[in-house]
Design a protein around this ligand. Structure first.
Ligand code: PCA
Length: 323
């Protein structure tokens, strides 16, 4: 009996050390600052997975584009250079129009409508990711998008010729329609671009305005509420398929929780961000009626263009959303 106990104890020790040795460690590149709620939510997701797998799966978040720059994260995960990552998928709408469904001006302008649009679009976007060798885990919206300038802007005429920082095809297109000059810049480089005059305006959330201390370079925020773009977390399909079922389930469950928690956090922070902009001396205002009408016109053009590019799959999403 004593011998058996010794044997069992030895077996237990072997099992523990084997599972510790086998603990999987995954890097998760993210593009936004460590203090941004998307990143904090990613860290909470990683902790959730660690806990749910008893430490067998360790996910290590790399914030601020430190492992891969935002624009490189999707390709890195597709090709297995990183097993998982986070990306603003609308920046890849040139690869597949469906990735831009969250950046159609004035289609979904509130958190409730963003959820509704995602309920209509999520499966099609997940299928597009699958075709890119990626498994969809969760996504979280940014707060509604508004315009930053360094002067009062009351109509599109006031925007003519202004250097405008774009983060995807939709933001570049809206700049073009307004007669501005778009330049594509990652959020991580935004402060510097504004400080050096490479860009003198942009469209984004209060969140990114605060992250970039935008008041150091610009003066006006117009709360246009044009759309709520999303950050999406995905895993390389081969890496995912190599996991056991329990670990897959842990990732999916923690992902569902992170999607809900991150969205709630975004909503909670939205008005705080605008208050922070104002506290730092920015003029925070709704757009004038004239500007709003012009932007709505650009939105109608861009909706038609998106539908032309996204075909039947796009139309099915918009129809389902509008029901
Ligand atoms: N912040 C990101 C994307 C949308 C947003 O609110 C950015 O400006 O890059």
């Amino acid at each position: 009996m004593k011998r058996l106990n010794t044997l069992l104890a030895a077996t237990a020790i072997t099992t523990i050390s084997a599972s510790a040795a086998m603990a999987e460690k995954w890097d998760m590149p993210m593009a936004y600052p460590a203090t941004n709620y998307h990143t904090e939510n990613g860290v909470a997701f990683a902790a959730c997975v660690g806990e749910a797998t008893g430490g067998a799966m360790e996910i290590v978040v790399h914030a601020g584009g430190s492992l891969f720059a935002g624009n490189d994260i999707k390709r890195a995960v597709q090709t297995g250079q990183a097993p998982m990552g986070e990306r603003l998928l609308s920046a890849h709408a040139n690869e597949n129009s469906l990735y831009g469904v969250d950046s159609i001006p004035f289609l979904a302008t509130s958190f409730a409508d963003s959820d509704k649009l995602w309920a209509a679009a999520g499966d099609a976007v997940a299928a597009a990711l699958d075709a890119d060798n990626l498994v969809y885990i969760y996504s979280v919206p940014w707060p509604p998008q508004g315009f930053y300038f360094k002067k009062d802007v009351n109509s599109a005429a006031d925007m003519a010729g202004v250097k405008f920082r774009a983060y995807n095809a939709a933001t570049a297109r809206i700049a073009e329609l307004a007669g501005m000059v778009p330049v594509q810049i990652e959020a991580a480089e935004l402060s510097q671009a504004l400080a050096t005059g490479v860009a003198e305006s942009f469209i984004s959330s209060g969140s990114t305005g605060v992250d970039s201390k935008v008041w150091e370079s610009l003066t006006n925020f117009y709360d246009v509420q044009a759309w709520l773009p999303r950050n999406t977390i995905f895993v390389n399909k081969d890496s995912f398929n190599g996991l056991d079922d329990a670990t897959k389930a842990a990732i999916m469950d923690c992902g569902a929780k992170a999607g809900a928690a991150g969205t709630a956090r975004a909503q909670e922070l939205t008005s705080q961000y605008l208050a922070t902009l104002a506290e730092n001396g920015m003029k925070v205002a709704p757009p004038s009626d004239a500007l709003k009408a012009e932007l709505q016109g650009f939105g109608a053009t861009m909706t038609d263009e998106w539908l032309a590019g996204a075909g039947d799959a796009g139309k099915a999403i918009i129809d389902a959303y509008k029901q």
